[in-house]
Design a protein around this ligand. Structure first.
Ligand SMILES: [Zn+2]
Length: 167
């Protein structure tokens, strides 16, 4: 008799942060941040600060200026993954995490990496499942102005786009 093992993806809560929790997907070993409460578009989910500020990007940093990349405080914000249909936005001017789409408890928080990253250290192929998935995510500098116009972008990225257009 042939038996097959059916593995069902399961996730465990790693840490709790009042308005959100970090989940670990045991199948993929990926961590993600999920809402614990409701948020509406425009809501400030939380404030954030720079942990370390450095001159080069890593997979953990968010870009705040030319040669300026920060690690996030609170640290669990690093588990907000990319989506091409993001539901949150890192405003690096006001240093606020802003809700873009209605969030219910349990929903995964996602942001659009090119909304903060001009040229990414580690480009990747996206599997976000959005109908508008851009597939290769490598930073705003690689995207058309038309594509970028569909997204909320940081003041830094907007200034970079402006500069590129005037060249
Ligand atoms: Zn995608």
């Amino acid at each position: 008799m042939i038996t097959t093992t059916i593995t069902t993806p399961s996730a465990e809560v790693i840490s709790n942060h009042v308005f959100a929790e970090v989940l670990l997907n045991n199948a993929s070993n990926q961590k993600s941040l999920h809402a614990r409460v409701h948020f509406a578009p425009g809501d400030v989910i939380c404030n954030f600060n720079a942990g370390i500020t450095q001159s080069y990007p890593t997979y953990l940093t968010v870009q705040t200026g030319t040669d300026r990349h920060i690690t996030l405080m609170p640290e669990f914000l690093q588990y907000i993954n990319h989506s091409c249909s993001p539901n949150v936005f890192f405003d690096t001017t006001s240093m606020q995490l802003i809700c873009l789409q209605p969030l219910q408890p349990g929903d995964e928080l996602t942001f659009f990496y090119p909304s903060t990253e001009w040229d990414m250290a580690q480009p990747f192929v996206c599997n976000c499942g959005s109908k508008d998935c851009l597939q290769l995510i490598n930073g705003a500098s690689h995207l058309s102005v038309e594509t970028l116009s569909k997204y909320r972008l940081t003041d830094f990225i907007k200034s970079q786009v402006k500069q590129k257009l005037s060249l």
